[in-house]
Ligand binder design. Structure first.
Ligand SMILES: [Zn+2]
Length: 439
C-alpha cells in the first residue's frame, strides 16, 4: 500500500534508508493517490529492484506521472545545490549529495502503472483481491479494501488512504468505510475542526474586487494539484454570478496546466454540481479571460499587462516556481495583493510574507513589502475529526482492530479518544516499523 516520500525535515533521513521489504520480492503496490507523501518513493523502489505492478485509478496514474517527474527534477536540483555548497564550505554533508532518484528513475517507474476502476475487483493472486473506493480527497483518490485467506478463514483490511471531505467543489464525496476485519485510518486532522467553507467565495470576491479597484495584481500562490482547480472553480462561479469584474486570470505553472488537463479528461469523476455546471457551458477550466500558461516567454509577458490580473502560480509556499518572479514584480506595489489559500510552513518565504515581514529577499534581491497580504482559510482536502467519524460510520460491526496512522501524536490521540467516545472502540496507533499480526 502506497510508497510515499517523507517531506518533514525531521523524517527526511528515512527516505535514504533501506525499504522494510526487499523491493524485488514485491509483486504489487496499491497506490491510493498521487500526493508525494503517498507515491514519492516509487522511483526509488523501482531503482532498487521492484518489477511488479503499481495499481491505481487512471486519474491517479496520470497525475502521479507529473508529480514524480517534478519530484525527480527537484531531487536533482537539490543534490546539485548541496554539492556546490559542500564544495564551497569544504565539508561533507549528512546525506550523500547524490539525488534520491533521477528523472530517468522516475521515467522507469511509469510503465509499471496499471489502472483499475472504482468498485472493480482486482485479483492479485494467492487468494488476495482488492477493491478501490472513492476517497473524495483529490481527483482519482481511493481507499482500498483488501481480502485475503482461504474459504472459511477470510479476512479483510481496509486502508483509508487520505480521506477527503463532503460537499467540496469538483470531486465527489468520500464513499463511507466498508465493513472490514482490520481498518487502517488516517488521522491528519483527527484533532481538528475545519472552518465553515461558506466564507471562501465572499472572501475571494472581496480580494478580487478591491484589487481591481486599486489597479494592482492579485497573486495567489497555489499548489498545482487540486487547490489551483478549486480556486478556478470559485472564480468561475463568481464571474458567472457577476460578483467580480471580468478580469484576466492566469494559471502560470506548467504542472498546474498539465494537472488541469487531467481533470478535463475525467469528467466522470466530478460531482453533481460540477456536472451541472459543465452542462450549462460554464467550465471552471475554460472560461473567458482564463489563460493557461506553459512557456516562460508567456509567463514574462504577464508582467507587461496594465490593469488587474489574477495570477495563480506555484509553489504554494513560495519556495520556488514562477510565483517568485511575480512576487518580485508585485511585492513593492501597494496596489497589489498577495492572497494565500493554503498552509504556510515555518521557514518558507510564504510564511515570512504572511507573518508581515517588511523586508523580504526574493531571487537574491531585497524588497520592501508594500503589497496587501490576505489569507483565506477553509481550503483543505483532508477530513477533520467529525468527517473522519462520518467516514467510519459506514462500519457497523466493530473491526477486530482499528489502527490510526498518518497523524502527529496529538491528532492521533484526539481521534482515538473521539472513536472511543462515539463508537466505544479502542484504536491503536502503531509505531513506525512495528509489525502487527493480522490473525
Ligand atoms: Zn493526500
Amino acid at each position: 500500500m502506497d510508497c510515499g516520500l517523507f517531506q518533514e525535515r525531521k523524517f527526511k533521513e528515512r527516505n535514504w534508508s533501506a525499504f522494510p521489504v526487499e523491493p524485488s520480492s514485491l509483486q504489487a503496490v496499491l497506490l491510493t493517490h498521487a500526493h508525494l507523501d503517498h507515491c514519492g518513493l516509487l522511483p526509488k523502489l523501482v531503482k532498487e529492484g521492484f518489477r511488479g505492478r503499481v495499481h491505481c485509478t487512471a486519474a491517479t496514474a496520470e497525475i502521479a506521472r507529473y508529480v514524480l517527474l517534478d519530484s525527480a527534477r527537484l531531487q536533482e536540483e537539490d543534490a546539485e545545490f548541496k554539492q556546490k555548497r559542500h564544495e564551497r564550505e569544504g565539508r561533507a554533508g549528512r546525506f550523500p549529495a547524490a539525488p534520491l532518484y533521477t528523472e530517468e528513475d522516475a521515467e522507469r517507474a511509469l510503465p509499471l502503472f496499471s489502472t483499475v476502476e472504482y468498485g472493480e475487483r482486482l485479483e492479485l493472486g494467492s487468494g488476495l483481491s482488492a477493491v478501490f473506493q472513492e476517497a473524495g480527497h483529490i481527483l482519482g483518490s481511493a481507499s482500498v479494501r483488501i481480502e485475503f485467506g482461504e474459504n472459511g478463514r477470510k479476512r479483510s483490511v481496509l486502508y483509508s488512504g487520505d480521506v477527503g471531505r463532503w460537499d467540496r467543489p469538483i470531486i465527489r464525496d468520500p464513499a463511507p468505510a466498508a465493513e472490514s476485519d482490520y481498518i487502517l485510518m488516517e488521522s491528519t486532522y483527527g484533532g481538528s475542526r475545519h472552518e465553515d467553507v461558506g466564507g471562501i467565495e465572499a472572501a475571494l470576491a472581496e480580494a478580487v474586487v478591491s484589487t481591481c479597484r486599486a489597479g494592482g495584481n492579485l497573486l495567489i500562490p497555489s499548489f498545482a494539484l487540486e487547490r489551483t482547480q478549486e480556486v478556478l472553480y470559485y472564480l468561475n462561479r463568481l464571474l458567472a454570478a457577476d460578483r467580480i469584474p471580468h478580469v484576466l486570470v492566469f494559471v502560470d505553472s506548467p504542472m498546474a496546466v498539465s494537472v488541469t488537463e487531467v481533470f478535463l479528461r475525467h469528467p466522470g469523476l466530478f460531482d453533481e454540481d460540477m456536472r451541472r455546471l459543465l452542462l450549462t457551458g460554464h467550465s471552471p477550466f475554460q472560461f473567458p479571460g482564463l489563460s493557461m500558461v506553459r512557456s516562460a516567454g508567456e509567463s514574462k509577458a504577464i508582467n507587461r499587462i496594465r490593469g488587474t490580473a489574477v495570477i495563480i502560480a506555484g509553489s504554494g509556499m513560495c519556495t520556488g516556481g514562477r510565483i517568485k518572479h511575480h512576487l518580485a514584480n508585485n511585492i513593492g506595489r501597494k496596489e497589489s495583493t498577495i492572497l494565500f489559500v493554503g498552509y504556510q510552513a515555518e521557514g518558507t518565504l510564504g510564511r515570512e510574507i504572511l507573518s508581515g515581514a517588511g523586508q523580504l529577499r526574493i531571487l537574491g534581491q531585497s524588497y520592501r513589502r508594500r503589497a496587501r497580504v490576505l489569507k483565506i482559510n477553509g481550503f483543505s482536502a483532508h477530513a477533520d475529526q467529525e468527517e473522519l467519524l462520518r467516514w467510519l460510520k459506514g462500519v457497523r460491526e466493530p473491526p477486530r482492530r482499528l489502527f490510526l496512522t498518518h497523524g502527529e501524536p496529538p491528532a492521533v490521540e484526539a481521534l482515538a479518544a473521539a472513536v472511543q467516545e462515539h463508537r466505544a472502540w479502542a484504536a491503536y496507533s502503531p509505531a513506525y516499523g512495528e509489525t502487527v499480526n493480522l490473525d
